[in-house]
Design a protein around this ligand. Structure first.
Ligand SMILES: [Zn+2]
Length: 344
């Protein structure tokens, strides 16, 4: 295994320790390398489970925004738990025969190293895809091309995406687009007081084609975890944004009929951590991450079951995705639920 391990970069050290522990049971690659001053950091990709294109895939992404370390921590905690169980968990081995699991826990190591939301070029990776909001994206926050010195910078118009995003696209191409069914989860923090599960679109209030599948996924999650506290909704219900990478990849996935690609974002509500520990507001890390040990543990514990649920949901997707006979009924229910459409 190549890569720089830096003693002051705990997330990278943890990821590389997990990769060592998993050994030959993991498929690993370095999707790209990011230069920051004299340092060079790898963007690792880890996969396990059945590599056959005939099985579904679940993918877990984190660290697009360098300040949101808790997103990376959640993905690493799940990967650590899986790798630890490979030694003895025969049920997990059965599961891995019929699903592929892909991890990209730290997409923007340069930003995390520098303690910035953006990558080392000053580009916000979640505003950088070649896709414009149709109308109503909020000034600055929705993405801007004024200056890389301001937050939410999209990059120069007409230029290729940043290398970290190109790397994500290659991984999604390799691991998702050759398969009929995939769920991706991208872990963020910083918005509001509730934990939210967002799905596309972010660039328009138009509903996506796969609303029936998303409503069905929400229903089986409610059944499996009746006391959960996630708010499940299209991102456009909160705000619109330019350049959303998951909108872009979702649209690319839809170019092939019959392929189902459901990209989700976990947006952990950090304002609650700030409310419970108001001194956090004076720390840049503190606005985006739980700073107290027991709160960090509780956050990791709570989200682990959501990540594991998604692996199982991908694995068993044939049993819950709505068939052609009921798909339009699911769409009606979803439109009523999320788009305030009156019942027929
Ligand atoms: Zn974020």
């Amino acid at each position: 295994m190549r890569g720089v391990a830096h003693s002051e970069f705990p997330e990278l050290l943890e990821l590389e320790a997990i990769i060592r522990e998993g050994g030959s049971r993991l498929d690993t690659q370095i999707a790209c390398e990011v230069d920051v001053g004299n340092e060079k950091f790898p963007v690792h990709v880890v996969a396990l489970g059945n590599p056959s294109p005939d099985v579904p895939v679940a993918g877990f992404f984190g660290g697009f925004h360098g300040l949101e370390r808790i997103g990376t921590a959640v993905v690493l905690a799940y990967l650590r738990s899986l790798v630890g169980r490979l030694h003895w968990d025969s049920v997990l081995h059965r599961q891995l025969e019929s699903v592929r699991l892909v991890f990209m826990p730290m997409v923007n190591p340069g930003g995390m190293w520098r303690g910035t939301r953006a990558n080392p070029n000053g580009v916000d990776l979640m505003r950088n895809a070649p896709l414009d909001a149709l109308a109503g994206a909020p000034f600055l926050v929705g993405g801007q091309r004024l200056s890389c010195r301001l937050p939410w910078y999209r990059g120069l118009p007409g230029t290729p995406m940043e290398q970290e995003n190109e790397a994500v696209c290659r991984v999604v191409d390799q691991e998702f687009f050759g398969r009929k069914f995939g769920i991706a989860l991208d872990c963020h923090s910083g918005f509001g007081t509730s934990d939210r599960i967002w799905f596309p679109y972010a660039h328009t209030v138009q509903p996506i084609d796969h609303l029936p599948e998303l409503h069905a996924l929400m229903e089986i999650h409610d059944q499996a975890n009746p006391n959960h506290r996630y708010v499940f909704e299209p991102q456009s219900r909160q705000y619109l944004a330019h350049g959303d990478l998951w909108d872009y990849l979702y649209q690319r996935a839809c170019a092939k009929p019959g392929r189902v690609f459901l990209p989700l974002t976990l947006e952990m509500g950090s304002w609650l951590w700030v409310k419970k520990n108001p001194r956090q507001v004076f720390s840049r890390q503190g606005i985006f991450n739980p700073l107290i040990g027991h709160r960090q543990q509780r956050v990791l514990r709570r989200h682990l079951s959501w990540l594991d649920f998604l692996s199982r949901a991908a694995c068993g997707h044939r049993h819950w995705i709505p068939g052609d006979d009921v798909r339009e009924q699911y769409r009606e229910r979803a439109l009523q639920h999320w788009y305030d459409k009156p019942p027929p």
